[in-house]
Design a protein around this ligand. Structure first.
Ligand code: GLU
Length: 430
């Protein structure tokens, strides 16, 4: 069989191996390999110079057997229909792994949002909402932020929907600002959920987190927050990177300082380098080296956290990964071929559908609060998130032990088992 080439091929490769293990009927396999709805729209919006710009927008509603479709919206040049389909399938698996009453969806606009002013971003976001408003809703499909989208964008979208439909809909969309129906703890939820899993995993594997050396690829929301949680827990952050490259220090980096410089200069190496010109004396004094994103993945560390792009650990570099544990905070960072290599080498991979599910879990809390009018305290959000993450990890770990599987295989089996069970009781498969 040829190697999987597109994001959807890669997602389906993980799904299919699970279909075979849990012995699904042909119809069930077919239903779980095909999105239920694909919405494609050409979105037109006005640029600041008065000219109209047209971009492709998508919403893929993959499966809603367990509840309303759920998943983020990303703005990215690579967000084509294939990628959005893959991410929608992974969302269906993710909501089932953490057992929250949602299905899976994903949205995308194929654009680099960095070229847009804030006013253009608002017009684009409102135009996108206009195009999907008839097909989503609090009981139908509940969007959220993803790559390059944020609470402000969610606020514009909710406002647009409420105007179009003439309704009050605090439960339409999650990841909103706190002042407009957001939940405490949503901003840090992805990192917090991943941290809870890492804490538990290190206990079970007799790894002392205080002695662990951690490398993090990506210093956006999830990457920078987990760096802070791990730093506070006493772990040593030895490497971080962003799209411009990264830094490594065997004596450990201070994520608070990196965050400060990243805000000031736009990159994690900004305290040492201006463009490609670096202050070698300062680097030497701090025992720090400038590294590439590729170097980061194979650097000397105990825990590797890909928190940026998909498909970064492939058959080309998997053999060189030195970490004992990989926590997938990004969606789809490890290819199926790399996954097989890592398994053979005994690397523990905590898959995306579990590792980064803290985000959608707190989205669920936000949706519950929006529907009930209740407001949870930060303590309650944290407590409930911890409970769900640990329960889900335990479910996956038990399945892995019982059937002698990797965590990824076990997570897919648990999730697909739950989705199929819902499809069967609903009478979809007979
Ligand atoms: N975009 C996030 C993810 O990939 C969150 C989705 C959500 O909250 O619905 O899990």
């Amino acid at each position: 069989m040829a190697a999987p080439v597109t994001p959807f091929d890669r997602a389906m490769s993980f799904m299919r191996s699970s279909f075979d293990r849990i012995k699904l009927l042909e119809l069930e396999k077919k239903l779980l390999s095909t999105p239920q709805h694909i919405l494609r729209h050409d979105i037109s919006f006005e640029r600041d110079d008065g000219k109209m710009m047209k971009v492709h927008g998508y919403r893929v509603q993959f499966n809603n057997a367990r509840g309303p479709y759920k998943g983020g919206i990303r703005y990215h040049p690579a967000a084509d229909i294939d990628e959005v389909k893959a991410l929608a399938a992974l969302m269906a698996v993710k909501t089932a792994v953490v057992n929250i009453p949602f299905g899976g969806a994903k949205g995308g606009i194929q654009i680099d949002p960095k070229i847009l002013s804030s006013a253009e971003l608002e017009r684009l976001s409102r135009a996108y909402m206009k195009s999907i408003a008839d097909d989503i809703g609090p009981d139908i499909d509940v969007p959220a932020p993803d790559v390059n989208t944020n609470p402000q964008i969610m606020a514009w979208m909710r406002d647009e929907y409420e105007k179009i439909k003439n309704v009050y809909a605090p439960d339409l969309i999650t990841g909103k600002p706190l002042s407009y129906g957001g939940s405490l703890g949503r901003d840090k939820a992805t990192a917090r959920g991943g941290f809870f899993i890492l804490e538990q995993l290190s206990k079970l594997e007799a790894i002392n987190l205080r002695e662990a050396r951690v490398a993090i690829q990506g210093f956006g929301n999830a990457g920078s927050e987990i760096a802070m949680f791990l730093h506070d827990a006493g772990a040593q952050i030895v490497a971080v990177s962003d799209s411009h490259g990264g830094i490594y220090s065997k004596v450990g980096l201070d994520p608070i300082r990196i965050e400060k410089y990243k805000r000031k200069t736009g990159s994690v190496s900004g305290q040492y380098c201006e463009g490609s010109v670096c202050d070698l004396k300062r680097l030497k004094m701090d025992e720090t080296e400038v590294i590439s994103n590729e170097d980061l993945l194979t650097c000397d560390c105990d825990i590797l956290i890909p928190a940026a792009l998909d498909n970064v650990i492939t058959e080309k570099n998997a053999k060189s990964v030195k970490a004992k544990i990989i926590l997938e905070l990004a969606n789809g960072p490890v290819s199926p071929e790399a996954d097989a290599i890592l398994e053979k080498r005994g690397t523990i991979v905590v898959p995306d559908v579990l590792a980064n599910a803290g985000g959608v879990t707190v989205s669920y809390f936000e949706w519950v609060q929006g529907r009930s009018g209740d407001q949870w305290t930060a303590e309650k959000v944290d407590r409930e998130l911890r409970r769900i993450m640990l329960q889900s990890f335990d479910d996956v770990r038990s399945e892995a032990k019982r059937k002698n599987l990797t965590y990824r295989e076990a997570a897919f089996d648990v999730a697909i088992g739950r989705i199929v069970e819902a499809m069967r009781v609903r009478g979809w498969t007979t």
